[in-house]
Design a protein around this ligand. Structure first.
Ligand SMILES: [Zn+2]
Length: 343
């Protein structure tokens, strides 16, 4: 893990393969995605009376012979919003040998999102018929724990079987949404036990940031390639975040990443709005993202210890599973996390 790369955006394989042949000497070189620039790469409002924006359509790449060669940036105009909802789950405390980190991101355009939201409200009304479904929210960790369930004002009368059924029905909804192809989940299994105890919280923060940037970078790249403007909503991690709509570390990472050339390529030359952080489970899709993230982290944790997970991720349908390891990411589309991501 290189601390210098804390804010550098995630670079797709496709971007890494960009190579420019020098018009002067014929040798190959690559754009430098990793150097921080003073000014962010973003569109600049035109001073022309008709308005409009300037945007960068290419960059100069300097060759070792001294010549500067032009590399075009594929600029794509965005047409529709793509709503994406993310939540995280972590496993492994300060004393653990392994740290497991997961972010699940559920997404679609407005039509399918609305349908799933309505279906979730109906499902919640069935589970707790005496309560307004908007008055309580699903928190998988609290629901799965018998002790925490008993203490909770809304869940206390739920039996283990009720919770299992609720999770299965949530998995069905997530699977339906997944047919639109935007459900993704980034994960890492990291041997945190190799670090001295006093360094571990800093390592965890750095992994958290890497997972977050890897996830949104991948989503921004794929969405903008398809003319979609990704609008992210995340579950807040710190208690103060919902009031401002932002998380300090996440904003720093996001705005920092705009100072790298990679950002221009990832966004296909667009300004993408920074993710919004809201109160946990305050929106229906965040409740579902929580259910997936909880099960993904639990599944990885159990599989790493040779235990068969009681709920297989197959129930959640197709996901792009992304492995974040040593500042690189590898994506595989499927109905479960491949063994190679865990072991
Ligand atoms: Zn040259």
């Amino acid at each position: 893990m290189n601390p210098e790369h804390f804010e550098a955006p995630f670079i797709t394989e496709e971007m890494q393969s960009i190579s420019v042949v020098c018009t002067e000497c014929g040798s190959h070189s690559k754009p430098d995605f990793w150097t921080k620039h003073n000014d962010p790469f973003e569109r600049i409002a035109s001073t022309h009376p008709n308005g409009g924006f300037w945007r960068q359509v290419g960059v100069g790449v300097r060759c070792s012979c001294g010549a500067t060669n032009h590399v075009p940036v594929k600029a794509i105009d965005l047409q529709h919003p793509l709503y994406m909802f993310g939540d995280e789950a972590f496993r492994g405390d300060e004393g653990s040998r392994h740290f497991v980190g997961v972010y699940s991101l559920l997404g679609a355009t407005s039509g399918p999102i609305k349908e799933i939201e309505d279906d979730l409200l109906t499902l919640k009304s069935e589970v707790l018929s005496d309560r307004d479904p908007r008055s309580w929210s699903i928190h998988a960790t609290k629901m799965a724990s018998g002790q925490q369930r008993l203490k909770h004002r809304a869940y206390r009368n739920l039996r283990r079987e009720d919770v299992d059924l609720l999770f299965s029905r949530c998995a069905e909804l997530i699977s339906q949404l997944g047919e639109w192809g935007w459900n993704r989940c980034i994960m890492t299994v990291y041997q945190i036990g190799n670090h001295p105890k006093k360094e571990r919280s800093a390592v965890r923060r750095s992994l958290n940031r890497g997972l977050y940037l890897g996830l949104i970078g991948d989503a921004i790249y794929r969405a903008t390639a398809q003319r979609l403007h990704p609008l992210f909503t995340f579950d807040a991690q710190s208690p103060s975040a919902p009031a401002t709509g932002s998380e300090g570390w996440a904003d720093a990472a996001y705005f920092g990443s705009r100072h790298y050339l990679g950002h221009l390529f990832i966004t296909h030359g667009n300004d993408v709005r920074p993710p919004r952080f809201v109160a946990p489970a305050s929106e229906p899709l965040l409740e579902l993202a929580d259910v997936h993230a909880f099960h993904a982290a639990r599944s990885i944790w159990q599989r790493a210890q040779g235990i068969t997970p009681e709920r297989g991720l197959q129930q959640f349908g197709s996901f792009s599973y992304i492995n974040y390891r040593a500042d690189r990411v590898l994506t595989q589309v499927g109905s479960d996390i491949p063994d190679s991501f865990i072991f």
